[in-house]
Design a protein around this ligand. Structure first.
Ligand SMILES: Cc1cc2nc3c(=O)[nH]c(=O)nc-3n(C[C@H](O)[C@H](O)[C@H](O)COP(=O)(O)OP(=O)(O)OC[C@H]3O[C@@H](n4cnc5c(N)ncnc54)[C@H](O)[C@@H]3O)c2cc1C
Length: 493
């Protein structure tokens, strides 16, 4: 049967994509089902993009083990899919005697977890490394880094596809039932059959587990809001700057995160919410972020902010609970073949390569997996805007479409827009272009380039403006053209 699979993965966040890709190394028929119109629609797109080292989680927990292992694997992992990683290091800074004690505790936990290179540094050294930061001393964590979380997830999905994984977008799993030695998995139109079913549905992992009568865990959504600083302030910090975490606060505390693209993020806040999809940003949280950032940063110009966003943590513990909870990653004891990934909150991004290997190991413990003769990796060059003048000239010589800049803030060329539109998953939305090329993500937030992108979609991809959506089918941006492409008024008939 066409829809018969060896393994089916529910949810195309960083975890589902990493798992599907890891499975694609073997002679297995694998499908990845995602309810949204693109991969990376959930927490995987809206986080800090920090490669953690493993200093926060309790020794012997899955979080600690998989984070340390994931951090170790990350350089090879990102190289194989052509995504950049920068190990810029982290400073956890103390601003009081009590916080100095917290740093000692973190260092001890980190050492127990096997994190290398941890070092307490004094005020002089902090000043030398970070002249704009207020601190009495700090814990230096050299193995911490940054990665673009959406580029990572998209690259994982596309590389999985290149290695034979079937990716079904707009494919919400509505029902799952266990038969004798396989599962029936339904979306709105199709029924898939699979021997192994992997639940990586993020915030909805409990809904999927409930479909099979598994009710041990419930998800408590906890929103984290961020402020984004314009790139012209990238000189303010050189490392990740964190406070010591507060137990029971829901997060690691408001930190300053340089991004791969040169912005600085301030956040995230931590607020338990009722609705899993409530990704609003609020004035209250923004005001608090501003105050908390000013505790670290000696100067914080107000005109530096260009955007805000929010992501929702997938917590298995309710508000007010002191414990931090652990990842649940297991083949369910009662439902053979059902691998449940629950509560994959931070450091899930950092642990993703290790989690993917763990899922494959669970399957390997039950059957022999034959590696494929060829497993494709991918090499993608740096994006045009980050090249030096020589590199840019070479690109333009190779393809003149690189000589036509569409997004001025981020220096994104026509060739990069058409590459984004030609993605192997067939995603043709403005958000799809944004996350693949970075167009619309600069200072003007698309004010200049959006119309030019729409024109490319109309002229080169023959899309009607009415069919152009931001994300899924219900996010149409236009009801029609008032002028045709030559500038003549259109007559309504
Ligand atoms: C504010 C915040 C900051 C964070 N910072 C960091 C950090 O700096 N470093 C780090 O390591 N980790 C961080 N994390 C954690 C990290 O983002 C998550 O662990 C990771 O993204 C989880 O990935 P996922 O694939 O499990 O979930 P998601 O990315 O949410 O993916 C789940 C997918 O399942 C899909 N889905 C749901 N239901 C269905 C269904 N019925 N049918 C089909 N598809 C379905 C969803 O649409 C979604 O695309 C942070 C998280 C948050 C919220």
């Amino acid at each position: 049967m066409d829809n018969d699979y060896d393994a089916l993965v529910i949810g195309a966040g960083v975890i589902g994509c990493a798992v599907a890709r890891e499975l694609s190394r073997y002679e297995l028929k694998v499908a990845l089902l995602e309810k949204e119109s693109d991969v990376c629609g959930g927490a995987s797109k809206a986080n800090s993009g920090v490669l953690h080292s493993g200093i926060y989680s309790a020794p012997k927990s899955q979080k600690a083990r998989l984070c340390v292992q994931g951090n170790d694997l990350f350089s090879k992992f990102t190289q194989e899919i052509g995504v950049e990683l920068q190990r810029i290091g982290k400073l956890v800074v103390a601003r009081s005697d009590k916080e100095i004690e917290e740093l000692e505790k973190l260092k001890k936990v980190g050492k127990e977890n096997g994190v290398l290179g941890l070092k307490l540094i004094d005020v002089e050294e902090v000043r030398r490394l970070e002249p704009n930061i207020r601190a009495q001393c700090a814990l230096l964590v050299p193995s911490a880094g940054i990665v673009s979380p959406y580029k990572l997830t998209i690259a994982l999905a596309e590389n999985a596809w290149e290695n034979g994984v079937k990716v079904f977008l707009n494919s919400k799993v509505t029902d799952v039932s266990k038969k004798e030695n396989y599962f029936d998995v339904k979306n709105d139109n199709l029924t898939f059959r699979t021997r192994w079913l992997i639940n990586s549905a993020g915030l909805y992992c409990d809904t999927i587990a409930n479909m099979l009568g598994i009710e041990r865990h419930k998800v408590y959504p906890c929103r984290g809001e961020y402020l984004v600083l314009d790139k012209s302030y990238d000189h303010l910090i050189n490392h990740l700057i964190y406070p010591p975490p507060e137990n029971g606060s829901g997060g690691l505390g408001v930190h300053l995160t340089p991004t791969m693209e040169g912005n600085i993020l301030i956040g995230p806040s931590a607020e338990y919410i009722d609705e899993k999809d409530d990704i609003r940003t609020t004035k209250e949280a923004m005001d608090k972020l501003n105050v908390q950032a000013a505790n670290f940063l000696k100067q914080l110009p107000k005109d530096a902010y260009i955007q805000s966003y929010a992501g929702v943590r997938c917590k298995l513990i309710p508000k007010g609970c002191e414990a931090s909870g652990d990842f649940v990653i297991e083949e369910d004891e009662k439902v053979e073949g059902f691998i449940n990934l629950m509560g994959i909150e931070s450091p899930g991004l950092s642990a993703s390569p290790a989690i993917a290997q763990m899922v494959v190991d669970i399957i390997k413990s039950r059957e022999t997996l034959k590696p494929k003769d060829e497993f494709k990796t991918r090499r993608t060059g740096r994006r045009f805007g980050l090249l030096d003048i020589k590199g840019k000239s070479k690109q333009i010589e190779t393809n003149p479409k690189h000589g036509h800049v569409i997004c001025r803030c981020e220096n994104v060329t026509e060739k990069e827009i058409t590459d984004a539109l030609d993605n192997p998953l067939g995603v043709r939305t403005l958000a799809g272009i944004k996350y693949r090329s970075r167009a619309t993500m600069g200072r003007c937030q698309g004010g200049f380039c959006r119309a030019r992108i729409v024109q490319i979609m109309e002229e080169q991809y023959k899309m009607g403006v009415q069919d152009i959506t931001f994300r899924s089918g219900d996010s149409r941006l236009f009801i029609g053209r008032t002028k045709d492409l030559r500038g003549n008024d259109r007559e309504e008939s």
